[in-house]
Write a protein that binds this ligand. Structure first.
Ligand SMILES: Cc1cc2nc3c(=O)[nH]c(=O)nc-3n(C[C@H](O)[C@H](O)[C@H](O)COP(=O)(O)O)c2cc1C
Length: 165
């Protein structure tokens, strides 16, 4: 059965990590697309930060535009950037809408110092019937320089690299 890499990314850092994981695991790659797009222009960071804070403080559930079907996958990588010390609220939407019972979730994220910020534990709380494997936090600049080696070491430690029959 194939692996799936699901990711959300605005500045494309998490996308780069997701693409590398998909390449190394022969996985399908699916972006979590918001109905209301976020501004990916880094010079507008302050406005995005303010907006993301509002989403967080109001416990919003930003809608996902694309239909995400996880039924055919056992191993599902889920990647996101850290936003305000947790994952973006659209990741809560994902866990609200999809049932990961019986699946194996392998989280990864990019950040600028917060590491995973406890989000891997949050995923375990939100999806008690899924198995959660050890995640991979990658600092933004490191992800942008190229993370193939780090991803490879991590995947080797998880032993999920090969596609199972
Ligand atoms: C709205 C917003 C909030 C952020 N909050 C945090 C944070 O709390 N901790 C942290 O380490 N990095 C934080 N960052 C930095 C991002 O996690 C980092 O830039 C990430 O690599 C961006 O991923 P992307 O390129 O996939 O969008 C924040 C960035 C944005 C835009």
């Amino acid at each position: 059965m194939k692996n799936l890499v699901l990711y959300f990314s605005v500045y494309k850092t998490t996308k780069a990590v997701a693409t590398e994981i998909a390449k190394q695991t022969d996985a399908d790659l699916v972006e979590i697309e918001p109905v209301k797009p976020y501004d990916g222009d880094r010079s507008h960071y302050n406005a995005l930060a303010r907006y993301a804070k509002k989403e967080h403080d109001e416990d919003m559930r930003p809608a996902i535009k694309n239909k995400i079907d996880i039924s055919g996958y056992d191993n599902i990588f889920i990647g996101y950037p850290m936003w305000w010390y947790t994952f973006p609220m659209i990741i809560y939407t994902l866990f609200d809408e999809l049932d990961f019972s019986g699946k194996t979730i392998i989280p990864f994220n990019t950040h600028m110092g917060s590491s995973d910020g406890g989000t891997y534990r949050t995923i375990a709380e939100l999806e008690p019937n899924a198995k959660i494997l050890k995640g991979l936090p990658i600092e933004m600049s490191e992800a942008e320089r190229g993370c193939a080696d780090k991803v490879e070491k991590w995947l080797n430690s998880l032993k999920v690299k090969e596609r199972s029959a």
